[in-house]
Design a protein around this ligand. Structure first.
Ligand SMILES: [Zn+2]
Length: 327
């Protein structure tokens, strides 16, 4: 038996029945996490396959999770184990074991394809805004801009540079595993071109370092400032490259895509469906075009909440909702 099947069986509720077709049935642990009332009628079903694979299906709330040898350990399997009460360190061990077993075949290929990022310098003379001793008129304008966009000094390490070309910009470093591997400088002067001066390496995803272990999902949006508001990730555009997808899948979390409300956003939705990710299109009024707008109107907490509750991975539901959302 595989380590995955063994672990799942260990933590399932002890009261189980076996059906003639080989399914174990028991009270499903998923339902109240999915907005349904708890199962008391044994509507959770689990079957193990001779090859070590395992499938779970809930006939109460519809939650499904499965694993087959050679495949990745999905965020749904992780969740199922968490809901059955398996401790996180056990789950992490299982996930690691799966990685190791796959190593000979897939994992080595994946690791070989994973992008690597060089450390790069920030623009010349850039200083952390919190360490500026004597903020002159330019930096004061930057601080005013931050306040107007609901950005807070402790969100991330915001930088500013007095050098020409940068002094009217808010500089956001791009971190990867704690190193600066790029940055963007957002103009604070309306209509100033270019709006962003950016140094970015191919395949980069903003905010990966913030997606810590205890988070169940990672919100993925287009712009870095939007990502900062909700501690999410940003593509830095409306397309998802294969390398970006790989880095995000490696988080082993549910990825919730929140597109901007424009034409490229609707393409992004199709790409998310293709990748098997969730999409969230909250019931925000039409004049709210992105997360930044929502935060300005409702604040960060409510915005985050409305993204989480409107997330779905059903392609049908996503497309129905997208029709209205992008209308
Ligand atoms: Zn259920």
């Amino acid at each position: 038996m595989s380590v995955v099947a063994e672990t799942v069986l260990t933590y399932l509720p002890p009261k189980r029945k076996t059906t003639p077709s080989g399914w174990l049935s028991f009270n499903a642990p998923c339902c109240h996490h999915n907005g349904h009332s708890a199962d008391t009628r044994g509507r959770g079903g689990l079957i193990t396959n001779p090859d070590g694979g395992v499938s779970f299906h809930c006939f109460n709330c519809g939650f499904k999770a499965s694993w087959q040898p050679g495949r990745n350990f999905s965020h749904k399997m992780r969740r199922l184990l968490q809901w059955t009460g398996a401790p996180d360190d056990i789950i992490n061990k299982v996930a690691l074991e799966v990685m190791r077993e796959n190593e000979g075949v897939e994992a080595r290929e994946v690791i070989a394809q994973l992008p690597t990022f060089n450390t790069v310098p920030l623009p010349e003379d850039a200083i952390k805004i919190t360490e500026a001793v004597d903020p002159g008129p330019h930096l004061i304008k930057v601080l005013e801009y931050m306040a107007s966009r609901n950005l807070q000094l402790d969100d991330t390490d915001y930088y500013w540079s007095p050098s020409l070309g940068y002094r009217d910009r808010l500089i956001i470093p791009f971190y990867f595993e704690g190193r600066v591997v790029g940055w963007t400088g957002r103009s604070i002067v309306p209509d100033k071109k270019p709006k962003y001066l950016t140094e970015v390496q191919p395949g980069y995803v903003y905010g990966l370092d913030e997606q810590r272990h205890n988070k169940l999902f990672a919100i993925l949006c287009e712009g870095q400032l939007d990502a900062i508001h909700i501690e999410g990730c940003a593509l830095g555009g409306s397309e998802i490259s294969d390398q970006q997808a790989m880095l995000l899948d490696r988080l082993q979390k549910e990825i919730i895509v929140v597109p901007d409300r424009d034409k490229s956003g609707s393409k992004l939705v199709e790409r998310a469906i293709e990748l098997g990710w969730s999409v969230s299109l909250p019931d925000w009024p039409k004049d709210i075009n992105d997360i930044g707008d929502a935060v300005a109107r409702y604040g960060r907490l409510y915005t985050l909440h409305s993204i989480a509750v409107h997330a779905t991975e059903s392609p049908l539901k996503i497309r129905l909702k997208a029709k209205k959302w992008f209308d």
